[in-house]
Ligand binder design. Structure first.
Ligand code: NSS
Length: 433
């Protein structure tokens, strides 16, 4: 009969002392003292101490257990036994220990340099911290999909190969598309706008690419972008959607990922307060707050990490900054009705210095205004002919936003560097492994 393997977490939480279980996984830690081997095993669900006693297993099994180094893959059987000192409160008294594949000495040990760990990322991602982060990211994406589905959004699949620069020419990755010039997508926004004319409320999760040379702890050259676009919605409605979505995501993580947050030593108190409404301040108000707090920044300057940090110094929840000056935002945004120096737009700034996690806006619907703005900025019209068409056939007010998934994960997990929010980070100096 096929053996049935039980997940480690399920085995431990069953609490069925004395019962026999088959488990499989990798050796996480091991030590031996003559006639006994303590091998802590991990699988995708948890860890458990496996105690291999010479007297309880065949001599061949014992010899294998004594010889197996960390990361050796193993199938073993044993009886569950309560032990207050063991992680999770139980150990497995092993009755059979079969090595699937012996591991060579594992290159990753304590206190290794960052470049070494990044070169060995394919092995480092097995660590419990990295595993916890990836599980939290899964819950972030799952929570987002859940919220979108409950609120009538349709998930769509825009292209990644494109001829449009959505966010300006300076951060494009060009590529040869047979005999044409094309780019990797910076944002699905324009395609999502096209899809709102039939589906009304859409969202997409896609990789986005930015050829940003800046080496900062919050920039990747390839990141995951969660974007929503909504017909019949203005900038205020757009912010309502974002604050509900973000609160739902954080709520999911708090409910489903307690263990992972604890493993990362993430104090979740602040996250618990994340519920709508989020504070909204205009860019202009932000400038005066910054100057009151001793920062020298003038109209038309964009905010950097320091400014965003100072702005959210007293905040526990994220803060929307609205009405940015036109000169620092993209041409597709709608001019604000009450302040024509600015657009109807908002960036969402995470607290605790984590900075911008969302950029969003109402979109310009007047084709003439858009064209004259593009001409002013020397943006060629030809690649955007289809985008401009959208304004000619039954245009409606619409808004949308883009959330940087790794930026959000960085905040939720309180990571020092964004590269730890993605298993194989792409930065200006790294595309291996
Ligand atoms: O450039 S954005 O501010 N806005 C857009 O791309 C819009 N076209 C989105 C939309 O309205 N559909 O980028 C959006 C978010 C930004 O707030 C960050 O959270 C994230 O994308 N972002 C990044 N994350 C990681 N690394 C880099 N380089 C990066 N650039 C933006």
């Amino acid at each position: 009969m096929e053996k049935v393997f039980t997940g480690i977490r399920k085995m431990i939480s069953s609490g069925r002392e004395g019962e026999s279980f088959d488990i499989r996984g990798w050796i996480y830690r091991t030590r031996s003292s003559g006639s006994i081997v303590f091998a802590v095993m991990r699988d995708a669900t948890g860890i458990v101490q496996c105690t291999v006693k010479k007297s309880e297993v065949s001599s061949e099994d014992f010899e294998q257990a004594a010889r197996a180094l960390i990361e050796t893959s193993v199938e073993c059987a044993g009886r569950l036994k309560a032990d207050a000192r063991a992680p999770g409160g139980y150990e497995l008294i092993v009755t059979s220990f079969r090595v699937v594949s012996f591991a060579e000495p594992f290159p990753i040990t304590e206190n290794q340099s960052e470049p070494f760990l990044l070169d060995n990322r394919h092995l480092w991602i097995r660590s419990r911290e990295q595993t916890a982060i990836m599980k939290i990211k899964e819950t972030v994406l799952g929570g987002a999909r859940e919220w979108f589905a409950e609120n009538g959004f349709c998930e769509v699949t825009p292209p990644i190969l494109t001829t449009n620069a959505c966010e300006g020419g300076t951060t494009l990755f060009p590529l040869k598309y047979f005999d044409q010039n094309a780019y990797l997508s910076q944002s699905a926004q324009m395609y999502l706008e096209a899809l709102t004319f039939s589906l009304e409320k859409v969202f997409a999760v896609t990789p986005s690419f930015r050829a940003e040379k800046s080496r900062t702890p919050r920039h990747l050259t390839e990141y995951w972008h969660l974007e929503g676009e909504e017909a019949w919605v203005n900038n205020e409605g757009n912010m309502l959607i974002q604050e509900e979505l973000v609160s739902h995501i954080i709520g999911s993580v708090l409910r489903k990922r307690k263990e992972e947050l604890a493993l990362l030593k993430r104090d979740a108190e602040g996250l618990r307060t994340v519920e709508p409404p989020f504070e909204r301040i205009t860019y202009e108000r932000a400038l005066s707050l910054l100057s009151e707090r001793g920062m020298n920044i003038k109209w038309g300057d964009d905010f950097g990490t320091e400014e965003e940090k100072v702005l959210t110094l007293e905040a526990v929840k994220p803060v929307f900054v609205t009405n940015f000056p036109k000169e620092i935002k993209a041409f597709y945004m709608k001019e604000d009705k009450s302040d024509s120096r600015t657009y109807s737009c908002a960036d969402l700034i995470a607290p605790e210095g984590f900075g911008e996690v969302i950029g969003g806006s109402e979109r310009e619907t007047d084709v003439r205004k858009m064209i004259s703005r593009m001409e002013e900025q020397s943006i060629p019209l030809e690649p955007y002919r289809w985008y401009l068409d959208l304004r000619k056939y039954g245009s409606v007010p619409h808004s949308g936003f883009g959330l940087g998934v790794e930026r959000l994960v960085k905040w939720v997990c309180k990571l020092d560097h964004i590269r730890d929010a993605v298993p194989f980070p792409r930065t200006p100096s790294r595309i291996y492994p």
